[in-house]
Ligand binder design. Structure first.
Ligand code: GLV
Ligand code: GLV
Length: 324
């Protein structure tokens, strides 16, 4: 009997073709995620799920899915999954670290440059027919070369951003739970406390997972402690920043600008104040969105799932204690 697997969206590349040779596969073909009740019903008759960060896997879903053995997230982050509840039910959870590191760091740097040098504003300015002449005061921005970059979370992606920053002659500060001596040697990054990073960084880039400890890591107090005019770049998770405090700081000009690949909520409602603030650069959660990387992520997710369904520990498992 082939295991039954539900995949919550069509995935790029050949991974699902490979999966379909080994399992009884069902793929949700719509553009929008399956509604929670649909996901619950599918989980109830599945041995494995391939999920995205838009799919909530919680205790209620798990309680109705006694046959479920694996949940494989096509993402490095897994805050959409109640991992503890999965572990209690011996459901393996997989993710895709490594595959998206450089691609996501490229995009974080694109946002840093795009925000500091007002790339999207410049494009909109021309398209709106405003360009009359070269002007010494047109669209003045902030220099990235030589600026101080504050990296919050020097994990794989944060470290890859630091390497890029080194090429831009940046002074690099970081806050993290552990010192990163290799990163310090390679990039000249200096580990500091939170207060120092907030006070000294011209540009702050967030690279922490969303956990109870990092929720609203940037709140009203942190925004007030930042250098006036500092730039904030978020490619981590929207919930790491307090959205109300963010809009306040952008409106009163204390924060120079924000580039957000992730927001809280996602998608942003059409009436979000972020949509009308000129010093905000927005992207629809696409930091890992290159053809090659999304194909790799799908492939890793399938490898993780197949391993778990065979009773083996997946290559990338966030709760390996499920496999004694
Ligand atoms: C994307 O946000 C991911 O976690 O992979
Ligand atoms: C992110 O931290 C990764 O491991 O890719």
């Amino acid at each position: 009997l082939r295991p039954r697997v539900f995949v919550t969206r069509q995935l790029p590349g050949e991974a699902l073709g490979r999966l379909s040779k080994q399992v009884d596969l069902s793929v949700w073909e719509a553009e929008l995620p399956p509604p929670p009740e649909t996901l619950l019903a599918e989980a109830a008759r599945s041995d494995g799920l391939v999920t995205l960060l838009t799919d909530r896997v919680d205790a209620r879903l798990l309680a109705s899915a006694p046959g479920l053995r694996a949940v494989s997230n096509v993402a490095v982050g897994y805050d959409n999954i109640d991992v503890r509840a999965c572990t209690e039910r011996r459901v393996a959870v997989g993710n895709t670290p490594g595959a998206l590191t450089e691609t996501s760091a490229d995009f974080a740097f694109a946002l840093i440059l795009g925000l500091a040098r007002r790339v999207a504003e410049a494009d909109a300015y021309i398209r709106a027919g405003h360009w009359r002449t070269w002007s010494p005061t047109l669209l003045l921005g902030t220099d990235v070369y030589g600026a101080t970059l504050g990296i919050v979370g020097p994990g794989a992606i944060g470290s890859a951003v630091a390497r890029r920053a080194r090429g831009f002659g940046m002074r690099i500060l970081y806050v993290g739970r552990e010192a990163r001596p290799a990163l310090e040697v390679e990039t000249g990054a200096v580990r500091v406390d939170k207060a120092t990073l907030l006070a000294e960084a011209d540009i702050i880039s967030l690279h922490v997972p969303l956990t109870p400890a990092t929720r609203h890591w940037v709140g009203r107090g942190e925004l007030a402690a930042m250098k006036p005019g500092a730039l904030l770049v978020n490619t981590a998770r929207g919930g790491v920043v307090d959205p109300v405090a963010l809009v306040e700081a952008l409106r009163d000009g204390r924060l120079g600008g924000a580039a957000l690949d992730v927001t809280d909520p996602e998608p942003l409602p059409p009436d979000s104040p972020l949509m009308t603030l000129p010093n905000v650069l927005l992207a629809p959660h696409i930091a890992s969105a290159s053809h090659a990387t999304r194909g790799r992520m799908a492939s890793m997710a399938v490898d993780n799932l197949l391993a778990a369904l065979e009773g083996r520990r997946p290559p990338h498992c966030v709760n390996p204690e499920v496999f004694p």
